[in-house]
Design a protein around this ligand. Structure first.
Ligand code: MN
Ligand code: MN
Length: 296
């Protein structure tokens, strides 16, 4: 089962510079083949379907624990898209074509289907698909796939980073590049412990260090790239059987931290009355909510 904390794993800047084109690009990191929905659902189903987990508990713990971190990553990417879309259309009357300015800009479903918010889709608007999940039950093959998936995820983040200098998008990319780097190393170490093959020698993939991305280096300087968070009050203790030794890039000591990162608040999403979110008369909705709080 899952507990939920109403915070993001990383503090994101407030929405102040709407950019629907960047929002459309960032969708690839949510619902693309190598996006956070894919890492989340691959590791989640691999953990559900894990056979022989008593004998192989460190690997079961690793994939289960990283799955839980990925659940928070879809939240961070959705928050980024929502921040980029806040204020993207004109806050004027329905008869004054408030959405005219975004006609042909970015993903039309952000405005025509959603309330200027994230879709479970890729940058083309195609929905995330369950057949992005690869789960043969063969431990080496599944870990090899996960290593590959994290490499593809890192490629996507670097390229989205190259498309936009928006501070929300870059803060998200910087943090997730570092966390994806941790997952690359974790799956490399998992493969090394089973097969003896020194998979981490292949890194970096792509061959560019997080040290040259200022928004990622910031977290490296805090040691986030050495840290695997344990996302459970008492379970998944054996991740430290795999997440140990030295980081392949800088030789720093790897460590498990009990509990999630401090992160940051879930930024408020202001109403967008022109797309009726949360409704055409937000004042009335606020009054109803107040009545509930007073217990009347
Ligand atoms: Mn992730
Ligand atoms: Mn990951």
């Amino acid at each position: 089962m899952f507990l939920r904390i109403d915070r993001l794993q990383v503090e994101l800047p407030m929405a102040e510079d709407p950019d629907p084109k960047a929002a459309a690009a960032v969708q690839e990191l949510l619902g693309g083949r190598f996006g956070e929905m894919s890492t989340l659902m691959n590791y989640t189903y691999q953990s559900f379907n894990f056979r022989g987990k008593d004998a192989l508990k460190p690997y079961y713990d690793l994939v289960s624990n990283i799955a839980t971190e990925e659940l928070g990553h879809i939240e961070v990417v959705a928050a980024t898209i929502n921040g980029l879309l806040t204020g993207a259309t004109d806050r004027k009357e329905v008869t004054d074509t408030p959405l005219k300015g975004v006609s042909g800009v970015g993903n039309p479903h952000h405005f025509l289907n959603n309330g200027q918010t994230a879709l479970v889709a890729n940058a083309l608007g195609a929905p995330w698909q369950g057949d992005y999940v690869f789960n043969t039950g063969d431990l080496v093959l599944d870990m090899l796939h996960n290593f590959f998936l994290e490499c593809g995820a890192r490629m996507g983040k670097l390229r989205v980073y190259e498309t936009t200098d928006n501070p929300i998008a870059r803060a998200m990319c910087g943090y997730l590049l570092v966390r994806g780097g941790v997952h690359q190393v974790a799956y490399a170490k998992a493969l090394e412990t089973i097969t003896g093959v020194e998979v981490a020698k292949m890194l970096n993939i792509p061959n560019i260090s997080n040290e040259v991305i200022p928004e990622a280096k910031k977290f490296n300087d805090m040691g986030v790239h050495h840290t695997l968070y344990r996302f459970s009050p008492s379970d998944y203790q054996d991740i430290d059987k795999i997440w140990k030794g030295q980081h392949p890039e800088d030789g720093g000591d790897l460590k498990v931290v009990d509990g999630p990162p401090d992160g940051g608040p879930v930024n408020p999403l202001t109403p967008e009355p022109q797309v009726f979110a949360p409704g055409y008369h937000p004042g009335e909705l606020a009054e109803i909510a107040q009545r509930l709080m007073r217990g009347m």
